[in-house]
Design a protein around this ligand. Structure first.
Ligand code: CA
Length: 227
């Protein structure tokens, strides 16, 4: 599993990183809130361990902003003390669990295991919007039971749209998630791929699922698109 640790105390960060690596996880470390939030947005982690008190941006704000951007990666919040207020603020901001410092590594590990298990159980194997289905394991798509052949990039784009049904996705967001952080949102690559996808997913089917919102981006929904 891929885990991000956001913790400004280097000693603690390295202790967590080392321990999780020994458990076989891939671990990135960030030492402040801004950088941590940036990494959490551009990379797909299975879990984020987030300290509450951080330079530049605190853990509560980082967590809330990640959630506002539709990132549902489980967050384990590290609080400096066993304060009910910190716990409530953390959970309100979208954290999944919290652990007061200082903690024994075994306890951290137990929380990490529980969150990763919950995460893999909650990931529904088949993504569905109306009669459009996508199986992330076999990477197959179908509409109304008919197979749809997709290129790797078309698949990635459709999976991203289907993991965010009913949400307006800007070109910038799509670029960052489906291409990479250096993607130029001014280029028309996304529009070209969306048009390919439409030909495969919507052409000859009803209702259309992929909608363009002028100046805003794209939305995948079987409802009438907003605006
Ligand atoms: Ca701290």
């Amino acid at each position: 599993m891929k885990i991000l640790v956001v913790e400004d105390e280097e000693r603690v960060a390295h202790f967590i990183q080392k321990g999780l690596k020994e458990e076989g996880h891939a671990v990135d470390v960030s030492y402040d809130g801004e950088d941590g939030e940036f990494l959490g947005e551009i990379n797909e982690y299975d879990l984020i361990i987030l300290d509450l008190m951080l330079p530049k941006k605190n853990g509560i704000t980082v967590c809330r902003e990640l959630r506002e951007r539709g990132i549902s990666t489980p967050v384990l919040m590290l609080t400096a003390r066993d304060s009910v207020e910190d716990k409530v603020r953390g959970l309100d901001a979208g954290a999944d669990d919290y652990l007061p410092k200082p903690f024994a590594f075994e306890e951290l590990l137990a929380r990490v295991r529980a969150l990763l298990r919950r995460q893999s159980e909650s990931k529904s194997p088949i993504l569905k919007v109306a009669d459009l289905e996508l199986d992330p394991i076999s990477r197959r798509a179908s509409r109304a039971g008919k197979n749809i052949r997709l290129t790797t990039k078309e698949y990635a784009l459709l999976e991203y749209l289907m993991r965010n049904p009913g949400k307006v996705l800007s070109r910038t967001l799509i670029g960052e998630h489906v291409w990479d952080m250096n993607f130029d949102p001014e280029s028309n690559v996304i529009d070209v791929y969306v048009s390919h996808l439409r030909n495969k997913v919507d052409k000859g089917f009803d209702p259309p699922l992929i909608h363009t919102l002028r100046g805003q981006g794209y939305i995948l929904t079987d409802d009438a698109p907003p605006g």
